[in-house]
Write a protein that binds this ligand. Structure first.
Ligand code: CUK
Ligand code: CUA
Length: 644
């Protein structure tokens, strides 16, 4: 079979790629192609994405799950889904939100005492060493309830959620700095930093944007909130951001829209104008030195404390030459720093051009204090033309960029044109365009935003699928399209429907960089990585009663749950510690007690805790929910709740 595919490729490569005559195929292959109406090009594309059973993918993609508040993991080139990672939203299979320790993680995301069980995930980010992905940690933002979550790639589980103490929404995050010392999170809709009501008439005085620079400890993979700070910024709507690297290491870039400070109905300090948020021809790229500001944030006289969080006021940042603005074409969206850190490519929905800024030029203007003016908040403005390397007309609605290992080569999504455009940001030449289906948002290259892009593929993350898939009702799946970029021109290989939420952004990493566990050390609390207080080994199973608190120390192993019977009084508090004693790969046991809305997933070696009040009387079977062995159905017991 393999031989005949390569025969076909060599035949077809010599001919036009649009040929649909199955001239090279013989025998069974020719018959299948005829029956299914496949051209040779189709067969080649299929061969480029097909993984025979047992063959693994070269790349692993982490996609935002949009409104699902989760993430999706899939392989490239096969586009096979491997996992959902539960982040801001409960996920019953994994027990996330149904056992005590994962509920504790979710509750870290409570805002002002309120439990929030969903998220609007936009931007996943992989941790970096020297700007290259190191395969250790994954972060993602929640735009709706401004939060950042940290996922450990040792087990693909969410370990931490931090709530932004001053923003009311975010968008420009999460982005790691090149050695994962910090995570950048930019606000979206300007709002007061405190939690009080401020009338919209005081927009200019009391509403603020900003960038939070979260301190991250890459050794333990946790955000350190009390070593983090926020750079106060004007009430423009901050948007996507990127951290500098290489030449621009230490700096951050955040674009914005609504420099008009239009508030719907009134405009503060501006002459009335119908066009509102997009009247000005330009908005601002914010350029800030997060490294310097981090040091400044250590000195209490440089910060304001708001909601127990350090905020560096704009005037402090300006006085210390750490915050600047550069005009950029209006309503920009993506800002993407190239692998060397010298070039910063900005794209905007309303401008057909990409703008390529040169950090060397920006730095020179800053060093020479060569400014063209100040914004209403006193922030120095750099000259746009003098900061630019150049601009290129790409098409309608350019949004986001990804890089390849070829010098100057860049791929940009065109939202309105529904295309991916390949161009060169150094020579400023457009090289190729490929139609996608439809209305592409982000695109994901293979490590395409790191200092070490791999090329090979681009994934188009499309906002609309329309007619691409079987109609499953008015709510369509999203469409991820895999494009081969290894040739001179792009070639769209395959579509993958993703039915979980809007795939705003995805990041891809070489699979060889990931080294997840296949089992835990016996008795691990996977949320903390430490030994679970309820760790129970074979022979240690027991039930302890302390007043009306019943503690169960149980184990699961093929094909037995121990204990088999638990008798409590109605109203007792029941804490179950359950350990999966298995050492075999993939021998997960699930655990539930009927009627009590509990579920745990116990991977080999894991200990979980279920904590509940036995407030309904009766007989409740509990059982293993994973078909784990021939005696799986026998893996059960009874919770007996009696009225005392
Ligand atoms: S994304 Cu968040 S609006 Cu273009 Cu980064 Cu979809
Ligand atoms: Cu254990 Cu089924």
């Amino acid at each position: 079979m393999k031989k005949s595919f390569s025969t076909i490729s060599s035949l077809v490569l010599g001919t036009a790629l649009t040929t649909s005559v199955a001239s090279g195929a013989t025998g069974e292959l020719a018959k299948i192609m005829k029956d299914r109406g496949l051209s040779e090009v189709d067969v080649i594309r299929a061969a480029k994405t097909y993984n025979p059973t047992g063959v693994k993918d070269k790349y692993v993609v982490f996609s935002s799950g949009g409104q699902s508040g989760q993430m999706i993991v899939y392989g490239v080139p096969s586009m096979r889904i491997l996992k959902y990672i539960a982040v801001f939203t409960p996920e019953p299979w994994q027990g996330y939100g149904y056992d005590k320790d994962s509920i504790d993680v979710l509750r870290q995301g409570n805002i002002r005492g309120r439990e929030i069980n969903w998220g609007d995930t936009h931007h996943p980010a992989l941790s970096e060493t020297d700007g290259k992905y190191d395969g250790k940690w994954l972060a993602i933002n929640d735009k709706a309830n401004p939060r950042i979550a940290i996922i450990d790639l040792a087990d693909f589980e969410t370990k931490q959620i931090v709530v932004n103490p001053v923003f009311k929404s975010d968008h420009g995050g999460a982005f790691f700095t090149p050695n994962s010392e910090h995570i950048l999170e930019a606000a979206q809709y300007a709002a007061p930093f405190d939690n009080n009501y401020h009338p919209i008439e005081e927009y200019k005085e009391t509403y603020r944007g900003g960038v939070t620079v979260w301190k991250f400890d890459p050794k333990i993979g946790r955000v350190v909130p009390n070593d983090s700070y926020t750079i106060e910024m004007p009430p423009y709507m901050q948007d996507l951001s990127d951290s500098g690297k290489g030449l621009s290491n230490g700096w951050g870039f955040t674009n914005s829209f609504n420099s008009e400070m239009y508030t719907g109905g009134i405009e503060v300090g501006m002459p009335p104008n119908e066009a509102g948020m997009s009247r000005n021809d330009t908005d601002y790229l914010h350029v800030y030195n997060w490294e310097k500001l981090y040091k400044l944030s250590k000195d209490p006289k440089n910060v304001k404390i708001i909601n127990d969080h350090k905020v560096i006021p704009m005037d402090v940042a300006v006085k210390n030459n750490a915050l600047f603005l550069i005009p950029e074409p209006k309503s920009p969206h993506g800002v993407d720093v190239d692998p060397t850190g010298q070039y910063i490519v900005v794209c905007g929905k309303l401008d057909t051009h990409a703008s390529v800024y040169d950090f060397k030029k920006i730095k020179k203007l800053i060093d020479n204090k060569e400014f063209v003016g100040k914004d209403p908040f006193g922030i120095p403005i750099l000259d746009m033309k003098k900061s630019l390397h150049g601009q290129v007309e790409l098409g309608l609605g350019p949004l986001h960029n990804q890089y390849s290992p070829v010098d100057g080569e860049i791929y940009t999504s065109l939202y309105v044109d529904s295309q991916v455009v390949k161009w060169n940001f150094k020579t400023l030449k457009v090289l190729d365009k490929e139609n996608v289906h439809y209305n592409i948002g982000h695109l994901a290259g293979m490590e395409g935003k790191s200092a070490d892009p791999q090329g090979e593929y681009i994934i188009a993350l499309n906002k609309l699928a329309i007619d691409r898939f079987q109609n499953v009702g008015p709510l369509h799946p999203q469409n991820h399209q895999l494009i081969d970029i290894s040739g001179k021109t792009m070639d769209l290989l395959v579509d993958m429907p993703l039915p979980l939420g809007e795939p705003h952004q995805a990041v891809a990493i070489r699979a060889s960089k990931l080294h997840p566990h296949v089992r835990y050390e016996m008795g691990t609390n996977t949320k903390t990585g430490k030994q679970h207080i309820g760790k129970t080994l074979a022979g240690q199973e027991r039930i302890e009663r302390d007043g009306n608190h019943v503690k169960v120390y149980g184990t699961l192993v093929r094909s037995h749950i121990n204990p088999e019977r638990i008798t409590v009084n109605k109203g007792d508090r029941v804490t179950m510690y359950l350990t999966n004693l298995e050492r075999a790969e993939d021998e997960t046991h699930g655990f539930t007690v009927d009627h009590y809305n509990l579920h745990g997933s116990l991977e080999p070696g894991e200990t979980i805790e279920l904590d509940f009040t036995a407030d309904i009387e009766g007989v409740f079977p509990y059982y293993c929910t994973e078909f784990c062995s021939a005696l799986h159905l026998e893996m059960m017991g009874y919770l007996m709740v009696k009225d005392p």
